[in-house]
Write a new protein. Structure first.
Length: 300
């Protein structure tokens, strides 16, 4: 079983841009070639080549007291960037948009959705438009959940695997981490240094321990402090998988910044995209939306 230090190194390494190791290798190869030729100019060439090595290749200890304090300060900056008190205050949310599934990394037909969210643990997502037979509804409340499938007109309790996946998604949900989980005594955070997202663009990385065996890295824009991506590892059917969530195009809704586009990846392959069209905060959400109906005809 991998040691915690190995997991931390692996997660931080995953934030480095593709091809960086190859660039470092080429730079070192140039140094070796210059040294083998000899001559007065070799020392200068060596110094220039070493100076050009990416700063992200360096490693720091995110768990040191200094970096723990820096990590906490950056997390506070993230919350402030999202909207501060307004971001922490809302308890209900209604959003609409398009959900696009991906198969083998290729986008499929987008589906319209409406999402009702009531903190701390109630959520209803309706996929599709129009008549009930054209819609699919997924509802979760606490540790339970049910699904309505309009195509076959059935209501079923969610399976153990569906519930497990949903509860895991809540564990690593960005808003829940920033708004709620950061208050947990087991929550630990550290500054993990800079990574190069692409040539000439670097970002800051936070390492966050949510619980004993649950950790993630959060990559932040150095200027705005807005999250750019979140990565973590999970077990699925006995296999270790790497999950990544990328955030784009922050837009203000009711005084709070939300990413308009969220992309989801598994082991480097895109699985889905969420594109928001509207978000409303603090709206009334009826309790009956989350109650499992006695029959299809009772669905609201």
């Amino acid at each position: 079983m991998p040691q915690p230090e190995e997991k931390i190194e692996r997660m931080i390494e995953a934030n480095r841009s593709p091809g960086k190791d190859q660039r470092v290798g080429r730079q070192r190869g140039v140094v070796v070639a210059l040294l083998s030729r000899g001559g007065v100019g070799c020392l200068l060439a060596l110094l220039l080549a070493l100076w050009a090595l990416p700063a992200a290749a360096q490693r720091i200890d995110p768990k040191s007291p200094e970096n723990a304090a820096k990590g906490r300060a950056l997390l506070d900056a993230v919350i402030a960037a999202r909207g501060g008190a307004a971001y922490l205050r809302f308890q209900t949310l209604l959003s609409t948009g398009q959900f696009t599934p991906y198969q083998q990394g290729l986008s499929q037909v987008p589906v319209a959705f409406v999402n009702y969210l009531a903190y701390p643990d109630r959520e209803r997502v309706e996929f599709g438009k129009g008549k009930l037979k054209n819609r699919r509804i997924q509802v979760n409340q606490g540790q339970t959940g049910w699904v309505y499938d309009g195509e076959v007109e059935t209501i079923k309790d969610q399976t153990e695997e569906q519930l497990r996946e949903y509860l895991e998604s809540l564990t690593y949900d960005l808003d829940r981490i920033l708004r709620d989980r950061s208050k947990d005594p087991q929550f630990q955070i550290g500054y993990a240094g800079l990574v190069e997202l692409r040539p000439g663009e670097r970002a800051e990385v936070l390492l966050i321990d949510l619980a004993k065996d649950k950790s993630l890295t959060l990559t932040l824009d150095r200027t705005t402090h807005l999250p750019l991506r979140l990565t973590y590892e999970s077990q699925a059917k006995g296999a270790l998988t790497r999950r990544e969530v990328r955030f784009f195009q922050y837009v203000a809704y009711d005084g709070v910044l939300f990413p308009n586009i969220i992309d989801f990846y598994r082991d480097g392959i895109q699985e889905s995209r969420v594109n928001y069209q509207s978000i409303r905060l603090g709206i009334p959400v009826r309790d009956e939306l989350f109650v499992k109906p006695a029959s299809v005809k009772a669905i609201k």
